[in-house]
Design a binder for this molecule. Structure first.
Ligand code: HEM
Length: 191
Protein backbone atom coordinates (compact mmCIF):
# COMPACT_ATOMS: atom_id res chain seq x y z
CA UNK A 1 0.00 0.00 0.00
CA UNK A 2 1.36 3.46 -0.93
CA UNK A 3 1.79 6.23 1.63
CA UNK A 4 -1.06 8.20 0.01
CA UNK A 5 -3.44 5.26 0.36
CA UNK A 6 -2.50 4.94 4.04
CA UNK A 7 -3.66 8.49 4.73
CA UNK A 8 -7.30 8.80 5.73
CA UNK A 9 -9.53 11.72 4.76
CA UNK A 10 -9.49 14.70 7.11
CA UNK A 11 -12.73 15.08 9.07
CA UNK A 12 -14.69 18.34 8.94
CA UNK A 13 -14.81 18.64 12.73
CA UNK A 14 -11.94 18.35 15.21
CA UNK A 15 -11.05 15.06 16.89
CA UNK A 16 -8.88 14.37 19.99
CA UNK A 17 -6.01 13.47 17.59
CA UNK A 18 -6.11 16.39 15.15
CA UNK A 19 -7.85 19.56 14.04
CA UNK A 20 -10.43 19.13 11.28
CA UNK A 21 -10.86 20.93 7.98
CA UNK A 22 -12.91 23.88 9.26
CA UNK A 23 -10.47 24.70 12.08
CA UNK A 24 -7.52 24.46 9.66
CA UNK A 25 -9.19 26.69 7.07
CA UNK A 26 -9.88 29.31 9.75
CA UNK A 27 -6.41 28.98 11.33
CA UNK A 28 -4.39 29.33 8.12
CA UNK A 29 -6.56 32.01 6.48
CA UNK A 30 -6.39 34.11 9.67
CA UNK A 31 -2.61 33.55 9.84
CA UNK A 32 -2.16 34.69 6.21
CA UNK A 33 -4.33 37.81 6.64
CA UNK A 34 -2.62 38.70 9.94
CA UNK A 35 0.72 38.45 8.16
CA UNK A 36 -0.63 40.82 5.50
CA UNK A 37 -1.66 43.34 8.19
CA UNK A 38 1.67 43.22 10.01
CA UNK A 39 3.79 43.38 6.85
CA UNK A 40 1.79 46.43 5.72
CA UNK A 41 1.98 48.26 9.03
CA UNK A 42 5.64 47.28 9.48
CA UNK A 43 6.46 48.73 6.04
CA UNK A 44 4.51 51.88 6.95
CA UNK A 45 6.65 52.34 10.06
CA UNK A 46 9.90 51.52 8.24
CA UNK A 47 9.42 53.34 4.93
CA UNK A 48 6.82 56.07 5.54
CA UNK A 49 4.86 57.29 2.49
CA UNK A 50 5.64 55.05 -0.51
CA UNK A 51 3.39 53.57 -3.27
CA UNK A 52 3.88 50.02 -1.90
CA UNK A 53 2.96 51.23 1.60
CA UNK A 54 -0.15 53.02 0.25
CA UNK A 55 -1.23 49.71 -1.31
CA UNK A 56 -1.06 47.90 2.05
CA UNK A 57 -2.51 50.79 4.05
CA UNK A 58 -5.40 51.07 1.56
CA UNK A 59 -6.39 47.46 2.23
CA UNK A 60 -5.86 47.54 6.01
CA UNK A 61 -9.40 48.37 7.16
CA UNK A 62 -11.04 45.96 4.69
CA UNK A 63 -8.72 43.07 5.54
CA UNK A 64 -9.10 43.89 9.25
CA UNK A 65 -12.90 43.75 8.97
CA UNK A 66 -12.74 40.37 7.20
CA UNK A 67 -10.34 39.21 9.91
CA UNK A 68 -12.77 40.24 12.63
CA UNK A 69 -15.54 38.13 11.07
CA UNK A 70 -13.18 35.13 10.65
CA UNK A 71 -11.93 35.45 14.24
CA UNK A 72 -15.48 35.54 15.65
CA UNK A 73 -16.29 32.42 13.59
CA UNK A 74 -13.12 30.81 14.89
CA UNK A 75 -14.01 31.46 18.53
CA UNK A 76 -17.54 30.09 18.00
CA UNK A 77 -16.11 27.01 16.22
CA UNK A 78 -13.52 26.46 18.96
CA UNK A 79 -16.27 26.58 21.62
CA UNK A 80 -18.43 24.16 19.61
CA UNK A 81 -15.52 21.71 19.38
CA UNK A 82 -14.03 22.30 22.82
CA UNK A 83 -14.72 18.81 24.17
CA UNK A 84 -13.52 17.10 21.03
CA UNK A 85 -10.15 18.54 20.04
CA UNK A 86 -6.49 17.77 20.82
CA UNK A 87 -5.46 18.30 24.45
CA UNK A 88 -2.58 20.62 25.34
CA UNK A 89 -1.17 18.19 27.87
CA UNK A 90 -0.89 18.23 31.67
CA UNK A 91 1.39 20.12 34.05
CA UNK A 92 3.04 23.49 33.59
CA UNK A 93 3.61 23.12 29.84
CA UNK A 94 -0.05 22.28 29.22
CA UNK A 95 -1.19 25.17 31.41
CA UNK A 96 1.18 27.58 29.63
CA UNK A 97 -0.17 26.41 26.25
CA UNK A 98 -3.78 26.93 27.38
CA UNK A 99 -3.03 30.40 28.76
CA UNK A 100 -1.05 31.34 25.64
CA UNK A 101 -3.93 30.33 23.38
CA UNK A 102 -6.42 32.19 25.58
CA UNK A 103 -4.28 35.34 25.36
CA UNK A 104 -4.06 34.95 21.57
CA UNK A 105 -7.85 34.61 21.22
CA UNK A 106 -8.43 37.63 23.49
CA UNK A 107 -5.93 39.80 21.62
CA UNK A 108 -7.16 38.68 18.19
CA UNK A 109 -10.70 39.75 19.11
CA UNK A 110 -9.76 43.03 20.81
CA UNK A 111 -7.41 44.35 18.10
CA UNK A 112 -10.00 44.59 15.29
CA UNK A 113 -12.86 45.25 17.74
CA UNK A 114 -11.12 48.34 19.15
CA UNK A 115 -10.56 49.68 15.61
CA UNK A 116 -14.17 48.98 14.67
CA UNK A 117 -15.36 50.78 17.82
CA UNK A 118 -13.21 53.77 16.88
CA UNK A 119 -14.75 53.69 13.38
CA UNK A 120 -18.27 53.39 14.84
CA UNK A 121 -17.77 56.34 17.17
CA UNK A 122 -15.97 58.54 14.64
CA UNK A 123 -17.27 61.38 12.49
CA UNK A 124 -16.17 59.90 9.17
CA UNK A 125 -18.41 56.84 8.96
CA UNK A 126 -17.15 53.44 7.84
CA UNK A 127 -17.78 51.78 4.46
CA UNK A 128 -15.37 48.91 3.77
CA UNK A 129 -15.71 47.50 0.20
CA UNK A 130 -18.06 50.44 -0.49
CA UNK A 131 -20.79 49.10 1.84
CA UNK A 132 -21.82 51.68 4.42
CA UNK A 133 -21.64 49.88 7.79
CA UNK A 134 -21.38 52.76 10.26
CA UNK A 135 -22.89 56.20 9.60
CA UNK A 136 -20.84 59.28 10.63
CA UNK A 137 -21.46 60.31 14.26
CA UNK A 138 -22.18 63.96 14.95
CA UNK A 139 -20.82 64.64 17.51
CA UNK A 140 -18.34 61.73 17.71
CA UNK A 141 -18.61 59.24 20.61
CA UNK A 142 -15.48 60.30 22.49
CA UNK A 143 -14.89 57.24 24.67
CA UNK A 144 -15.15 54.88 21.71
CA UNK A 145 -12.68 56.87 19.64
CA UNK A 146 -10.28 57.13 22.60
CA UNK A 147 -10.60 53.41 23.38
CA UNK A 148 -9.59 52.59 19.80
CA UNK A 149 -6.78 55.16 19.77
CA UNK A 150 -5.37 53.78 23.02
CA UNK A 151 -5.68 50.10 22.30
CA UNK A 152 -5.60 49.26 18.61
CA UNK A 153 -2.01 49.92 17.54
CA UNK A 154 -0.39 48.99 20.87
CA UNK A 155 -2.31 45.76 21.33
CA UNK A 156 -1.65 44.83 17.70
CA UNK A 157 2.11 44.80 18.39
CA UNK A 158 1.55 42.78 21.59
CA UNK A 159 -0.43 40.33 19.43
CA UNK A 160 2.53 40.09 17.06
CA UNK A 161 4.75 39.19 20.04
CA UNK A 162 2.23 36.52 21.12
CA UNK A 163 2.20 35.11 17.58
CA UNK A 164 6.02 35.02 17.58
CA UNK A 165 5.91 33.07 20.88
CA UNK A 166 3.31 30.71 19.42
CA UNK A 167 5.46 30.00 16.34
CA UNK A 168 8.56 29.57 18.52
CA UNK A 169 6.80 27.00 20.70
CA UNK A 170 5.68 25.03 17.63
CA UNK A 171 9.39 25.00 16.67
CA UNK A 172 10.30 23.65 20.14
CA UNK A 173 7.60 20.95 19.90
CA UNK A 174 8.80 19.92 16.46
CA UNK A 175 12.56 20.31 16.86
CA UNK A 176 13.15 19.22 20.47
CA UNK A 177 10.17 17.26 21.75
CA UNK A 178 9.18 15.75 18.39
CA UNK A 179 5.60 15.15 19.59
CA UNK A 180 3.84 15.84 16.27
CA UNK A 181 2.13 19.05 17.42
CA UNK A 182 2.33 20.66 13.97
CA UNK A 183 0.78 17.57 12.37
CA UNK A 184 -2.43 18.24 14.32
CA UNK A 185 -2.94 21.50 12.40
CA UNK A 186 -1.03 20.83 9.17
CA UNK A 187 -0.51 17.11 8.66
CA UNK A 188 -2.56 14.02 7.86
CA UNK A 189 -3.58 11.20 10.13
CA UNK A 190 -2.37 7.79 9.02
CA UNK A 191 -4.66 4.75 9.00
C1 HEM B 1 -6.76 41.62 13.31
C2 HEM B 1 -6.86 42.70 12.56
C3 HEM B 1 -5.93 43.87 12.60
C4 HEM B 1 -4.58 43.91 12.87
C5 HEM B 1 -3.64 42.74 13.17
C6 HEM B 1 -4.18 45.31 12.82
C7 HEM B 1 -2.89 45.77 13.04
C8 HEM B 1 -2.51 47.10 13.04
C9 HEM B 1 -1.19 47.59 13.31
C10 HEM B 1 0.03 46.73 13.65
C11 HEM B 1 -1.22 48.94 13.20
C12 HEM B 1 -0.02 49.90 13.35
C13 HEM B 1 0.03 50.55 14.70
C14 HEM B 1 1.20 51.53 14.75
O1 HEM B 1 1.28 52.37 13.87
O2 HEM B 1 2.02 51.42 15.69
C15 HEM B 1 -2.56 49.32 12.84
C16 HEM B 1 -3.01 50.62 12.59
C17 HEM B 1 -4.26 50.97 12.16
N1 HEM B 1 -5.35 50.13 12.02
FE1 HEM B 1 -5.33 48.12 12.28
N2 HEM B 1 -5.29 46.08 12.53
C18 HEM B 1 -6.38 45.24 12.39
C19 HEM B 1 -7.69 45.61 12.12
C20 HEM B 1 -8.12 46.90 11.83
C21 HEM B 1 -9.47 47.27 11.50
C22 HEM B 1 -10.68 46.33 11.47
C23 HEM B 1 -9.46 48.61 11.26
C24 HEM B 1 -10.60 49.53 10.88
C25 HEM B 1 -11.83 49.36 11.23
C26 HEM B 1 -8.11 49.10 11.46
C27 HEM B 1 -7.70 50.40 11.32
C28 HEM B 1 -6.43 50.89 11.57
C29 HEM B 1 -6.02 52.26 11.41
C30 HEM B 1 -6.91 53.43 10.94
C31 HEM B 1 -4.66 52.31 11.79
C32 HEM B 1 -3.71 53.53 11.79
C33 HEM B 1 -3.91 54.36 13.01
C34 HEM B 1 -3.58 53.66 14.32
O3 HEM B 1 -2.42 53.45 14.68
O4 HEM B 1 -4.51 53.32 15.07
N3 HEM B 1 -7.31 48.02 11.80
N4 HEM B 1 -3.34 48.18 12.76
Amino acid sequence: MTQTQMKTALPLRDTPQLYGRITRLLHWSIAALMLWQFVGMGLKLALGRQPIVAFFVGSHQKVGTVLFVLIVLRVVWALTNRRNRPHHGDGVVGLAARLGHLALYGAMILVPLSALMRAYGGERGFAPFGFPIFAPQQPPIGWMVQFGELLHGELAWVTLALIAGHVLMVGVHEGMWRDGTLTRMAGRRRA
